[in-house]
Design a protein around this ligand. Sequence first.
Ligand SMILES: Nc1ncnc2c1ncn2[C@@H]1O[C@H](COP(=O)(O)OP(=O)(O)OP(=O)(O)O)[C@@H](O)[C@H]1O
Ligand SMILES: [Mg+2]
Length: 245
Amino acid sequence: MSLPIVTATRYVLPLREGGSLPGVVEGNDLGTYVLKFHGAGQGPKALVAEIIAGELFRRLGLRVPELKLCELDPAIGRSEPDEEIQDLLVRSAGLNLAVDFLPGSFGYDGSSGEPDRATRARILWLDAFIANVDRSWRNTNLLVWHKELWLIDHGAALYFHHSWMSAQRFAALPYDATDHVFSTVARDVPGIDAELAAEITPELLTEVIALVPDEWIADGDRERYHGHLCARLADRSAWLPGGAR
Ligand SMILES: Nc1ncnc2c1ncn2[C@@H]1O[C@H](COP(=O)(O)OP(=O)(O)OP(=O)(O)O)[C@@H](O)[C@H]1O
Ligand SMILES: [Mg+2]
């Protein structure tokens, strides 16, 4: 299995609220996408985290906008006057990550009602597992679309890969849930732990890691992601919000 590939045909506009300056583009399949660029600040590793984390969330029953790969010819940004954007597009020639654009969605701030408790606990467990620090009230990285909650922006997760800390160290890395949007359900997390952990099989991890294109991942690193995630799965007492069961 691999992610579908589209080609960008038009650069529509930059999403300035995003730190990595993602842009909205149209694809040759007539779809509209949020493009996350391999040439942006954190480089392709942020896109690797987006795929592994996003596809894991999806397989565990949470809503994540569809992910595709997008071939970019920087010439499509020719009429974009901003030099920073021109530079970003030129640096990002080739494959980038396309996130299905959810038109009319808005950022989750709790004011339109909360998702059910079980969903909140599930999201908290998974964010702790992938060490996602980007789900605070300041920046929930949750969108509300058609009255449903959608998870976006997992580029800061799996941060062990920036310096390749050892699998043992990552496995035992505590997760600080204090700032998490769903920190109030932390005490529910131990109760769903065994069930969720059992859903994440080694095969499932292999499957989501296989979706990362060769362009963004070094030889042998797929096994390293797999090893780190399996180690963290086996050592949950160290990081589980709400304490070990
Ligand atoms: N699929 C989408 N559909 C609609 N809007 C989106 C989508 N993805 C992102 N956005 C909008 O663009 C913003 C920036 O996207 P995202 O958080 O993925 O980028 P980022 O550069 O990683 O941001 P951050 O500054 O949070 O690190 C989001 O907060 C949201 O408002
Ligand atoms: Mg964001």
